[in-house]
Design a protein around this ligand. Structure first.
Ligand code: OAD
Length: 254
C-alpha cells in the first residue's frame, strides 16, 4: 500500500517542518502510554505511587513515583520512529520537534531542535530559583535530591494543571504557525495546549499528517491520518517521500 496515495507532498528541503509527538511514539520502545490499552495506569504500583506523589512535588513520595518511571525508561531504547525524526532533522533546513514526552528518548536518539513541552524526567528543577539540574542516574543516591542552594529538587515535569514554560510554549506556537508540513505522531490529542498546535498549523495552511494506531479527536481535522504503529509507519512514509522527490542522498540511519 502506498502511504502517500492521498498526499500531494514533495519533501522540499526548504519547507518548515514541525513534528508533535506524544506517548505513542515511545510505545514500541516499551514506555507505557497514558490513556487506553497499554496505559501506565494499568499497573497498580503506578497508581499507588502516583496517588502519594504530590503536591507538593518535591517530596520523597514524588521522587519514588519518578524513580519508578525513570527505572522503566532506563531499560528502553529509542526506536525507528525516534531515529527517523533525527534523519528528517538533518534533511530539512527548518525542522522543529515538539514533544509532550518526558522520557528523554528523542534526546537520546539525537534530535537537536527539540522543544520538550512537559519537561524531562532526567532533570530536576529547584522550586526556589528555577535552576535545572541533570539527574542522569537511577536510582538516585537519596530521595529527594537536593539543589546546591539546599532546596529539595522537584522533577522537571509539568504536572496536570501547571503552566507550560512560556518560552517553550511561545517557540512551539511560532514554529507551528510557520509550518508547511506538520506531523502529529502518537498523541491522543486531548491535552492542551499541545493539541492546539496541529490545528493552528492547519489554519495557517500547513498540511497535517497524523500517525496513530487509533482514530483521535484530531483525525477529522487533519489532511491525512495514517493508522498504524509509529515505528513502522514513519520510516516507510519517510522512504516514500524521499523516493517521490527523487532524493538519493538523505540520511537513513534506521
Ligand atoms: P496518550 O496516552 O493520551 O495517547 C497516546 C496515543 O498514542 C493514543 O492516541 C494511542 O492510540 C497512540 N499510540 C499508542 N501506541 C502507538 C504506536 N505504537 N504508534 C502510534 N500511536 C500509538 O498520550 P499523550 O497524547 O502523549 O502529560 O498524552 C498527553 C499528555 O497527557 C502527556 O504528555 C502527559 C499526560 O497527562 C503530562 O504528563 C503533563
Amino acid at each position: 500500500m502506498e502511504l502517500l496515495e492521498r498526499l500531494t507532498i514533495i519533501p522540499d528541503r526548504a519547507q518548515q517542518v514541525v513534528v508533535l509527538t506524544g506517548a505513542g511514539i515511545s510505545a514500541e520502545s516499551g514506555v507505557p502510554i497514558f490513556r487506553g490499552t497499554g496505559s501506565m495506569w494499568e499497573d497498580p504500583l503506578a497508581r499507588r505511587l502516583a496517588a502519594r506523589a504530590g503536591p507538593p512535588w518535591n517530596t520523597k513520595a514524588t521522587w519514588e513515583f519518578y524513580e519508578w518511571r525513570r527505572a522503566l525508561v532506563a531499560r528502553c531504547e529509542p526506536n525507528t520512529a525516534h531515529r527517523t525524526l533525527v534523519a528528517m532533522e538533518s534533511y530539512f533546513t527548518n525542522f522543529c520537534l515538539i514533544t509532550q514526552n518526558v522520557d528523554g528518548l528523542h534526546r537520546r536518539a539525537g534530535s537537536k531542535n527539540l522543544l520538550e513541552l512537559h519537561g524531562n524526567m532526567w532533570q530536576g528543577r529547584c522550586p526556589s530559583d528555577g535552576a535545572l539540574v541533570d539527574l542522569p542516574d537511577t536510582p538516585l543516591s537519596s530521595l529527594p535530591p537536593y539543589h546546591s542552594c539546599g532546596t529539595a529538587l522537584r522533577p522537571h515535569v509539568v504536572q496536570f494543571g501547571e503552566p507550560i514554560d512560556p518560552t517553550i510554549l511561545s517557540e512551539s506556537l511560532k514554529a507551528s504557525m510557520r509550518a508547511d508540513l506538520f506531523f502529529v505522531i502518537g498523541t491522543s490529542g486531548v491535552v492542551a495546549p499541545a493539541r492546539d498546535l496541529p490545528l493552528l498549523a492547519l489554519n495557517k495552511g500547513a498540511k497535517v499528517i497524523e500517525i496513530n494506531r487509533e482514530e483521535t479527536v484530531l483525525t477529522p481535522h487533519v489532511t491525512v491520518s495514517i493508522r498504524g504503529k509509529a515505528a513502522e509507519i514513519l520510516p516507510r512514509l519517510w522512504n516514500e517521500l524521499l523516493e517521490k522527490a527523487g532524493v538519493r542522498d538523505a540520511p537513513k540511519p534506521y
